[in-house]
Design a protein around this ligand. Sequence first.
Ligand SMILES: [Zn+2]
Length: 107
Amino acid sequence: MRNRPAAEPPTPGRPPNVLRQGQRRCDNPACTNLLEWREQRGRPPRFCSDRCRQQASADLARLQDELERVRRLEAGDVTYRQRRRLNSQRVHIEWLLSAFPRSTTDT
Ligand SMILES: [Zn+2]
């Protein structure tokens, strides 16, 4: 059996899963790309591409429509079982919506 190096101790003051300094995630919740900070004029980009910005905006609109639809159904005349299912759907949609940063709404 080969000798395996001991696991590296965690770097003090730097918890795991923290993005490298100067980087942040793209604002599209479905995207895992990182944005690099660059000195520049104007507002720094919050999405990795126009396509990502458009996709986030479309996904957000779709979820908001779906939330409205579920809320209308919930407010209507439904059985206890239907209400529980609708409530679960609404909580699911609200949970998905919570992943959208504010920049996806101010276009
Ligand atoms: Zn992106």
